[in-house]
Design a binder for this molecule. Structure first.
Ligand SMILES: *Cc1c(COP(=O)(O)O)cnc(C)c1O
Length: 400
């Protein structure tokens, strides 16, 4: 129906109010991706509608696909070098979508031990409730993966940069072992972003993101995305995604797309700021240890130099010599940085894992996760590095 459609002139106000015409755009195109908020699409013929049920290209009902959401999926698939992507309501929605689509009772997963807390909880829950066995490995030793393989192994699950230790997995070596055994690999690339690392180039079959973090980047939207190396795997996971229904609202996809356009600039600044702050922290008397992949003393510095040549990411963690009390004093003492649980934002965020995200862990479990009582995690934003350092310095004074 066009604005000039005169057949509607005879209708009554009750009908006209419902059937407002959609403007046609002629001779130009919108520069930004339009927000298609509608959840359902209309057809001219029953056959066309029937065909849409079996097509991924014709939009029918937004749980199965939406043009704005598809624009985001295509953009991230291209950035990661994948064939296709599926967008979800959150990072955990994406991780659930991939795990539940590929696993069933009796199956086995090999996963890195130091994982995002939500993923670790999900894997242990899958084991307890659905009989999926999980073997945790260090993420640094290919032989450990080889030894863990079983005939029923269905997935190898890794993270590019682990939280909050900033350990860097040797993706090519670990993935190659799984690949030889015909086992697909999934990599959570949230901390690196496709600007720093593209796991599909190292053989990964699936890449997942919490788009909430770097991809969107502005603390205004939750989102998740899974990128697939090939169409076959995409088809399998999409089949389940439509049943799962943890899809992205078009407005959330639109906000993520808006953020994505400046991802390269943000990542560049965040990496430079993080490397600058890490070097200064290492020389401060209140600080016992600093972890950032770009630092020469990092345990995976050689792997990081190979996999993350453009920068070690925006997350730095450091241990205060004064332990738990010093850690709390620093995160409560910053004024420019915010005490917040997220990361990847344009603003700098700090947190003290031992008293917040990891408070349930006892001393031994904390140590196994690479977290000390005085560990502080810093997600570095895009502010001026001198302002960030001045803020950290005045907070560190309180920790000496
Ligand atoms: C935040 C995060 C998730 C979970 O993402 P949500 O969008 O919060 O559901 C998964 N993995 C990593 C590495 C994360 O940082």
């Amino acid at each position: 129906m066009s604005a000039a459609d005169s057949s509607f002139d005879s209708h009554r106000p009750e009908t006209l109010a419902v059937h407002s015409p959609q403007p046609e755009i002629r001779g130009s195109r919108p520069l930004g991706v339009p927000l298609h908020q509608g959840h359902v699409f209309a057809f001219e013929t029953a056959d066309a509608m029937a065909e849409a049920f079996h097509s991924t290209d014709t939009f029918l009902y937004s749980r199965m696909g939406n043009p704005t959401v598809r624009a985001l999926e295509t953009a991230v698939a291209r950035l990661e070098g994948g064939a296709a992507a599926l967008s979800y309501a959150s990072g955990m929605g994406a991780i659930n979508g991939v795990l539940l689509a590929l696993l069933s009772t009796g199956g086995h997963v090999i996963a890195q031990r130091c994982l995002y807390g939500g993923t670790y909880a999900l894997l242990t829950d899958l084991a307890a409730r659905w009989g999926v066995d999980v073997t945790f490995v260090s993420g640094t030793d290919p032989d450990e993966v080889r030894a863990a393989l079983r005939p029923e192994t269905r997935l190898l699950y890794l993270e590019t940069i682990a939280n909050p230790t900033t350990r860097v997995s040797d993706l090519p070596a670990l993935i190659a072992v799984a690949r030889e055994a015909g086992v697909p690999s999934a990599v959570d690339n949230t901390f690196a972003s496709p600007l720093l690392c593209r796991p599909i180039e190292y053989g990964a079959d699936i890449v997942v993101h919490s788009a909430t973090k770097y991809l969107a980047g502005h603390a205004d939207v939750l989102g998740g995305i899974a990128v697939f190396k090939d169409e076959e795997l995409y088809g399998r996971v999409r089949h389940y995604a439509v049943e799962q229904g943890a899809i992205t609202d078009p407005f959330a996809a639109w906000l993520t797309l808006r953020g994505l356009q400046t991802l390269p600039l943000r990542i560049e600044r965040q990496c430079a700021n993080a490397a600058g702050l890490a070097a200064r922290l290492a020389g401060h008397p209140a600080v016992a240890a600093v972890r950032h992949p770009a630092l020469a003393g990092h345990p995976d510095h050689e792997v990081a130099a190979r996999l993350l040549p453009k920068g070690g990411g925006g997350v730095v963690s450091f241990d205060l010599a004064g332990g738990r009390e010093a850690g709390r004093a620093v995160v409560e003492g910053v004024r420019l940085a915010s005490l917040s649980a997220s990361l990847g934002d344009v603003k700098t965020l700090v947190m003290h894992p031992a008293s917040t995200s990891h408070r349930q862990l006892d001393a031994a479990a904390l140590e196994a996760a690479g977290i000390g009582p005085g560990t502080v995690r810093l997600s570095v934003g895009i502010e001026h590095v001198e302002d960030l350092w001045a803020d950290l310095e005045q907070a560190l004074e309180k920790a000496i």
